[in-house]
Structures are given as C-alpha cells and as structure tokens.
Design a protein around this ligand. Structure first.
Ligand SMILES: CCCCCCCCCCCCCC(=O)SCCNC(=O)CCNC(=O)[C@H](O)C(C)(C)COP(=O)(O)OP(=O)(O)OC[C@H]1O[C@@H](n2cnc3c(N)ncnc32)[C@H](O)[C@@H]1OP(=O)(O)O
Length: 282
C-alpha cells in the first residue's frame, strides 16, 4: 500500500521543492512559481508565449464574478509579495498556485495509455470552459497555519435544482484539507472525511472555505473546515478530516536497502562457494 502511495506521490513534479515539514513556504517550485508583484502582471501573457509552461489555474479569468475578484484582490493584497514595501497589515498570506505533476510513476502508470499519461490532472482543474465548474484559489497563512479557499461554483456542479451538488462541495473540502495537510507536513492521503451539510449553496455563488489544523498526532493531521458565505454570516457546510502522512519515504528506502543487502549477501555467498569448490578441486 505504502509503496503504491509512494509511486503516486513521486509523480508530483514539484513536491520535492515544496516546503513540506517546514511551515515557511519557499517561493519557487519547478514549473510553478510564487510570483512577485511585478511578475504577476506578466502571468496572463507568459503562458501564451511559452505554452510549455504549466498553466496556473488559480489566477483570475473572465468567468470570475465580482465577489470572487474582490476576495481574490483582498487576500492578494495581504499576500507576502504584495505587502513587501507596503504597510504591514498584520497578517501574511501566500497564494498557492495550482500544482502540476507527471503521471509517469503513478500506480499502474506503465499500463496507462499515452493520452491518459499526458492529459490527466487534478480533476477539479480539468474542465476547459472557464467558470463552468470549479473556479477556486487557495491562500495559506503560515503564522496561523490556516488556509482559505475562495470558491465559485459553476453550472456543471448542479445537484438539487439551482444548488451545488454535495459531492462537489465534498470535493472542494477534500482538496482544501488535502492541500493544507500536505503543506504542513508531507504528502498525505485523506483517510477519513466527515461532512455536515448545514445549508445549500446556490449555484454560481462564491463561498469561502476555511481550514484549520485541529491537531497533529504522529503521522495523522486532523483538519477542520467550514464553508460559509463570503461575509461569514451563513454556514453552508462543516467538515473534519484525518489525513495521514504517507510513510513511503521510509518504506521505500528500507525496501531498497534490504534488497541491496540481500543481493550483496547472495553475491558474496556465490563467490565464496565457487572459490571454495575451486580450492577443494585443486
Ligand atoms: C501547492 C500545494 C501542493 C499540494 C499538492 C496536493 C494537492 C492535493 C489536493 C487533492 C487532495 C485529494 C486527497 C484525496 O482525495 S486522497 C484520495 C482519497 N483517499 C484515498 O484513496 C485513501 C485510501 N486509503 C489509503 O490509501 C490508506 O488507508 C491510507 C494511506 C489513508 C492509510 O494507510 P497507511 O498504510 O499509510 O497507514 P495506516 O493504515 O497505518 O493508517 C495510518 C493512520 O491513519 C488511521 N486511519 C486509517 N484509515 C482511517 C480511517 N478511515 N479513519 C480514521 N483513521 C484512519 C490509522 O488508524 C492509522 O492511525 P494510527 O493507528 O497510526 O494511530
């Protein structure tokens, strides 16, 4: 199990350079940059000129409504890069770009078609029509170890008429808690997610998803999450999740060392037996 989880996560292109185990976020990971203010204006232009650079799906697009944009601008103003040389707001957020990874080493990767290998990505980022489904951006506040996600639900996410499907809400909660736990420690898998739906979310509306670390117990990270209206007055959903760190680093390393030692031992034994039999023959 742990080995297959290891394979899944070894496929994350930028996991190695992400700040796992260290709450201080690095400003760069291969393929995805935490951008400075001056670079931010280039962000919309560059991907078109250099199409090989992975697109950052957490940047504004034409489908973002007024509320989404206002909140994005609010947190962006409070973000690390934006506050440099400006007045201290007392809180410091970092915008998290959408992440990229390759499927090369994922479980079953060898058997997946080239199309799947090249086109798969986190499914919340998979709908090409802007605004049709999951439009969201995550910000992380390192001093409080909390995350906030601004989420605008598109028409493809309809469940009950005019409202967002519960599975889509759970998807977003899982994404936020999974990302949050991964940032605080190491790659995680969600083991358990409890969701309480308190009031329906109107389709097309923008909501806030806030997550905090409740406790850390060994490998397990307990994260709780609240989905509210943007002014915080209406509670839509509450959730708690348990995301254990994958212990594949240790398992992989141990397995490799044991196999290597075993091979060395077999080689030595073979060499010795051949040498002894040669000596006896003389
Ligand atoms: C820019 C930031 C980048 C971030 C990128 C990331 C973005 C990602 C965003 C998307 C994110 C999407 C996220 C997704 O969608 S993840 C996809 C959905 N999740 C899965 O498919 C997970 C399937 N399950 C497993 O793989 C294994 O069971 C795991 C890996 C979870 C644990 O198996 P493992 O062999 O490793 O360890 P273990 O069995 O010793 O268990 C460890 C501990 O956990 C406790 N436990 C286990 N199960 C449960 C349970 N049901 N309730 C409560 N507790 C449970 C267990 O008692 C033990 O505790 P303890 O006995 O040690 O005290």
């Amino acid at each position: 199990m742990a080995r297959s989880v290891g394979r899944i996560f070894s496929g994350f292109r930028c996991f190695g350079s992400l700040p796992f185990g260290n709450p201080l976020l690095k400003t760069q990971c291969s393929g995805v940059l935490f951008r400075t203010t001056s670079e931010r204006t280039l962000v919309h232009v560059l991907p078109k000129i250099f199409p090989r650079k992975p697109r950052d799906f957490s940047l504004p697009n034409s489908s973002w409504g007024k509320e989404m944009m206002e909140l994005y601008n609010h947190y962006n103003r409070l973000s690390k890069e934006a506050t440099e040389g400006q007045e201290d707001h007392g809180e410091e957020w970092t915008r998290l770009p959408s992440y990229n990874r390759t499927l090369k080493y994922a479980t079953g990767g060898a058997y997946l078609s080239k199309i799947i290998q090249s086109k798969a990505r986190l499914f919340t980022r998979n709908i090409r029509d802007p605004g049709a489904a999951f439009e969201y951006v995550l910000f992380f506040r390192q001093d409080k170890l909390k995350c906030v996600c601004i989420f605008q639900a598109g028409h493809l996410l309809e469940g009950p008429p005019g409202h967002v499907h519960g599975g889509a809400i759970a998807t977003m909660i899982d994404t936020v808690t999974g990302t949050h736990a991964s940032l605080l420690s190491a790659p995680v898998m969600t083991a358990n997610l409890n969701v309480n739906y308190r009031s329906p979310i109107p389709l097309g509306s923008t909501v806030l998803i806030e997550s905090i670390l409740d406790k850390e117990d060994g490998r397990k990270m307990y994260i709780s999450c609240r989905v509210t209206s943007t002014d915080g007055s209406k509670l839509h959903t509450e959730a708690t999740g348990n995301c254990p760190q994958c212990h594949f680093h240790f398992c992989h390393a141990t397995l490799c060392i044991v196999t290597l030692l075993l091979l060395l031992f077999l080689h030595a034994a073979l060499f010795l037996s051949i040498s002894v039999s040669n000596l006896l023959r003389r």
